[in-house]
Design a protein around this ligand. Structure first.
Ligand code: NAI
Length: 306
């Protein structure tokens, strides 16, 4: 592991870092001098079970390369546990400088068949988990007048996808959470940003490969290595990202994107006030050409990864 110093001595908690994108974050941060808390409950992709060896395995890899890391096997979906993982970082290293909310699960189902348990499980890990871990770190960030949050979001929420209403709602909720944190904590020099990754991990490994079109898509996806997301995350955790807050980035192999945020695209007004009839007669024809299609992520990102 070639040593760098981009985030030297910073203490970074990465959730869900026992595999996939989070593992590459932990390895890259440690290579750049950070002290890393590798959290992972070690669950299956649908959030079942617990396996502490996943987080410990990444810690062992970091230590073998001369880096500094400790393991934590708590669930982000539990407020007390989220406080414990932040406390563990502070107990071990005396501070906490960055939280990366990366832990995640999927419970895909078409909306009309989705049950309450599938909805709650995904909201709990993604949206509630991001709140719990971020909130647990907030008093430390406030006291030291610095800190950085990085939240993993998804084009499923930013753009759209089929069969992922729970995940889309959770991820777009995290975008709003990040913006709110960025605004509320700017006075304490705390930054909060989102990364929407595209990466071939076990999380998207279940994409069906029945038709030739699906097989071609999966072949393209496999080019998107999980390690390609890490440079942006390490940058956002570093002091070089001073002033960068409230933004949404996306990374796909060698491409980095700045994503738009929702703003009005068309406006009409009337001195008399609107009636349902005048909305139908005047507003609809004017607005229709600006309506968004029911785009999925792949309809917008419709070129091959570079
Ligand atoms: P992954 O399944 O490889 O990693 C997620 C990790 O989170 C797993 O190691 C799992 O054990 C852990 N985890 C699950 N529930 C947890 C809990 N309650 N507490 C602590 N850890 C828990 O998935 P991947 O692809 O690395 O995803 C990382 C993040 O990136 C997720 O937030 C995911 O939603 C997001 N993402 C990934 C995309 C991709 O293309 N792979 C696309 C868009 C978003």
């Amino acid at each position: 592991m070639a040593a760098g110093a981009f985030v030297k001595d910073k203490v970074v908690l990465v959730t869900g870092a026992g595999g996939g994108i989070g593992r590459d974050f932990a390895l890259a941060l440690a290579r750049e001098g950070a002290r890393v808390v590798v959290n992972d409950i070690g669950a299956t992709v649908d959030g079942k079970g617990q396996d502490l060896t996943r987080a410990q395995g990444v810690v062992d890899e970091i230590r073998a390369g001369g880096g500094v890391a400790i393991a934590n096997g708590d669930s982000v979906a539990d407020w007390e546990a989220a406080n414990r993982m932040v406390a563990q970082a502070v107990d071990a290293f005396g501070q906490i400088d960055c939280v990366i909310n990366n832990a995640g699960i999927l419970r895909d189902r078409f909306f009309h068949n989705m049950n309450i348990e599938e909805w709650r499980a995904v909201i709990d890990v993604h949206l509630n988990g991001a709140f719990y871990v971020s909130r647990a770190a907030a008093p430390y960030f406030k006291a030291q007048q610095s800190g950085a949050y990085i939240h993993m979001v998804s084009t499923t929420g930013l753009i759209g996808n089929l069969g992922q209403a729970n995940y889309a709602a959770a991820k777009l909720g995290i975008v709003a959470l990040s913006k709110s944190i960025a605004m509320d904590m700017a006075r304490f020099n705390v930054r909060s940003n989102c990364i929407s990754p595209f990466a071939w991990s076990r999380m998207i490994g279940s994409i069906p490969t029945e038709t030739p079109e699906q097989q071609a898509r999966v072949q393209r996806l496999q080019k998107m290595e999980t390690s390609k997301i890490a440079p942006l995350a390490v940058f956002l955790a570093s002091d070089a990202a001073a002033g960068v807050s409230g933004q949404i980035f996306a990374v796909r192999a060698n491409e980095i994107f700045l994503m738009s945020q929702i703003r009005p695209v068309r406006a009409m007004h009337t001195a008399e006030g609107w009636t349902p009839q005048s909305v139908a007669q005047r507003v609809l024809p004017a607005f229709r050409s600006s309506f968004y299609e029911l785009d999925r992520s792949q309809d917008v990102f419709d070129w091959d990864p570079v």
